[in-house]
Ligand binder design. Structure first.
Ligand SMILES: Cc1ncc(C[n+]2csc(CCOP(=O)(O)OP(=O)(O)O)c2C)c(N)n1
Length: 284
């Protein structure tokens, strides 16, 4: 079972990122619903799992990261800022001008901390699988972490990548699926049913781990138990999550897929998140 001090540290880190997301969302439109749903898993990926050198983002020995649900660029940027890739203040400043190194979607042209430009759904996982195949061929010890959306899994290219990753026994590929049940404008099950979601990946030959994607202890335990890169199957961690998690008026509300939060709601949202953390861990 995960060390409770580590759980507390990462939950605090995730809270900090959520509060920063809300500050940015008060300033401009971001994809806040899907940022909040994946924030706990993203925090653990960037602040616990990944082997990375912030001074050398092109270090050959790094783990790779591909944000297949590229619209969650903001949560990725703040998660990377937390390990020193950027100054948090620069994210606000650059979003306020021409987005600078950041953006509504992750872009690697101006940002060395982004391995792959994404935003057109269904493209990140295929690229991540190709990267994992290349690393395996080089006998690299690096993993490729990839974050996918569930609505995104309505794209056929995702399942071609799933076949490919299984065929080439890509044990170095670890996918986190943000199974929040909502896509752009409604429930996934209404627009393109995915259930039984985990079983579909199992039937494609993947190692499938199902967790509560907001339970930091479970996320840490799952990362600790990931198979080595020479495992004979790719892994998908299906995180059951809530879109807009932690903010009552955003939770499961498709109108908060993306948006800009007004003054009163901004204060209320931050207070709700902070109170939830303090109820569990106290104010210090
Ligand atoms: C190929 C493509 N089609 C449509 C879109 C528009 N779009 C952006 S986000 C989104 C919903 C994605 O849903 P999901 O993968 O569940 O991610 P979440 O919103 O939960 O973060 C859509 C349809 C897109 N970015 N790319």
């Amino acid at each position: 079972m995960a060390d409770q001090q580590l759980v507390k540290k990462l939950e605090k880190a995730s809270l900090d990122t959520k509060l920063r997301l809300l500050d940015l969302c008060h300033q401009t439109v971001i994809h806040i619903g899907g940022d909040l749903s994946v924030c706990d898993m993203m925090t653990a990926i960037w602040q616990y799992a990944i082997h990375y050198d912030v001074k050398n983002p092109r270090w050959e020995g790094r783990d790779r990261f591909v944000l297949s649900k590229g619209h969650a660029a903001a949560v990725t940027s703040f998660s990377q800022a937390a390990i020193g890739c950027y100054q948090v203040e620069d994210i606000y400043k650059e979003y306020a001008t021409d987005f600078g190194r950041f953006g509504m979607h992750s872009c690697n042209l101006a940002n060395p901390y982004v391995d792959v430009s994404t935003g057109s759904l269904g493209h990140g996982l295929p690229v991540a699988a190709g990267m994992a195949a290349a690393l395996k061929r080089k006998k690299s010890a690096s993993r490729v972490y990839c974050v996918v959306g569930d609505g995104e899994c309505g794209e056929g290219s995702m399942w071609e990548a799933a076949l490919f990753a299984h065929h080439y026994k890509l044990g170095n590929l670890v996918v986190f699926a943000d199974r929040n049940g909502l896509s752009f404008d409604g429930p996934t099950e209404q627009y393109m049913a995915l259930e039984p979601f985990a079983d579909k990946w199992r039937s494609f030959g993947w190692n499938v781990l199902e967790i509560d994607g907001h339970d930091m202890g479970q996320i840490i335990d799952t990362i600790d138990a990931l198979p080595g890169v020479d495992f004979d199957r790719p892994t998908i961690v299906v995180g059951r999550t809530v879109k807009g998690h932690g903010v009552s008026f955003m939770e499961n509300n498709v109108s908060w897929h993306a948006g800009c939060v007004k003054e009163d709601d901004w204060k209320r949202a931050k207070a709700e998140l902070t109170e939830a953390y303090e109820r569990k861990w106290g104010a210090n």
